[in-house]
Design a protein around this ligand. Structure first.
Ligand code: SF4
Length: 356
């Protein structure tokens, strides 16, 4: 087995979901609209939910954002995470507004008594907290140690998390999720691998500031993919400079490639060539966008022609092969329909939805 056994972590309840333990690896993303713009934000949340996003993070930058949270948590079923930097009072307000989880950054929340206030309220309201360690905002003394070569980045990242964890534990609070992100693949991997030697808190994994939809996806696939293959990771966010919905497609893609969730479809599509006689690139992209919201372990083949098409399509549960202005729809190796090229997408989606 190339994929190692999953690192055993503590199960943490986040509203109607559970992270860690034997639970599926959860997909999350983060809105990129200011939270106080409630209408726009709810619209983006809806799009993320439609794409299959299972946890949605929003930034709480000021009082206006915190005040808007009540309305958002009241209309949304998906767990909402409040992302807090600098101001502990915003964390307290977010808990009061009914968020399912908090993300705070140990490097910038300030004095320990402020953290204590947040932890106290989180405990009473059963709100887990993610300790989000980020290389870009590591505590000054740890940065100095890295610069003076007294500590590796990985050791400093783990040390930052350790300090916060110990403090939380002292307060008898263990509903903790941890992330240790840098924008460097190797440093990030080393940090997580060091962390799992010492702790069993569930891990949110990702490469921060990974890049655009192309470069960021490659970087994330390598970094997140490597960690997942080491058995590390309970929830993932693919951080992209793009529409957050793209992060959801990307996250499912990584999980599907590694077959790490039993409810995910798999898409096989040919690279196209001079034999292709339908608009296959457009078709494959449209299918991919809808695929991960259909939570079924189906293998779907979208093929350009009869050369490899029927062969691949037959290995798939459902497949389509293009011809001259037509498509042949296959199911478990049998041709079930010949449809006009303009109808291929709708027919394929219909079959996917009905597939049992
Ligand atoms: S399946 Fe057909 S169209 Fe697609 S790459 Fe192969 S030969 Fe070309």
């Amino acid at each position: 087995m190339l994929i190692k056994k999953r690192h055993k972590t503590k199960e943490i309840k986040i509203k109607n979901l559970a992270i860690g333990g034997n639970n599926p690896i959860i997909v999350q993303s983060m809105c990129n609209i200011k939270t106080e713009n409630t209408r726009k934000l709810l619209n983006q949340i809806q799009r993320l939910e439609n794409a299959g996003c299972e946890i949605i993070r929003v930034s709480v930058k000021d009082e206006n954002d915190a005040n808007a949270l009540k309305k958002i948590t009241a209309c949304i079923k998906t767990p909402i995470v409040a992302d807090i930097h600098f101001d502990y009072k915003l964390a307290l307000k977010s808990i009061d507004a009914g968020v399912a989880k908090l993300r705070i950054n140990p490097g910038n929340i300030g004095a320990l008594w402020k953290v204590k206030e947040v932890v106290k309220s989180a405990k009473i309201n059963k709100v887990p907290i993610r300790i989000g360690v980020n290389y870009g905002s590591l505590e000054k003394e740890l940065v100095k140690k890295i610069e003076n070569k007294k500590m590796t980045v990985a050791a400093a990242m783990v040390e930052s998390a350790r300090k916060e964890i110990k403090y939380f534990e002292k307060l008898n609070f263990t509903d903790i999720v941890v992330s240790l992100k840098t924008s460097d693949i190797q440093q990030t991997i080393e940090s997580y691998m060091e962390f799992v030697k010492h702790f069993n808190y569930p891990l949110h994994i990702g490469i921060t500031e990974a890049g655009t939809i192309k470069s960021g996806l490659i970087k994330s696939a390598i970094g997140i993919g490597y960690l997942l293959m080491q058995g590390i990771g309970d929830t993932i966010r693919v951080s992209l400079t793009a529409d957050p919905v793209e992060e959801v497609y990307a996250a499912y893609n990584i999980l599907s490639c590694l077959k790490l969730r039993s409810d995910l479809p798999e898409l096989v599509s040919c690279p196209t060539c001079g034999r292709t006689e339908i608009d296959l690139i457009n078709l494959a992209n449209r299918v991919e966008k809808i695929l991960y919201s259909i939570k079924k372990p189906i293998k779907v083949a979208v093929m350009g022609c009869v050369v490899n098409g029927p062969g691949e399509a037959r290995h798939a549960d459902i497949g389509i092969t293009g011809g001259k202005g037509v498509g042949l729809l296959f199911k478990k190796g049998e041709i079930i329909k010949k449809v006009k090229d303009t109808e291929i997408f709708d027919e394929l989606i219909k079959e996917l939805e009905q597939y049992k």
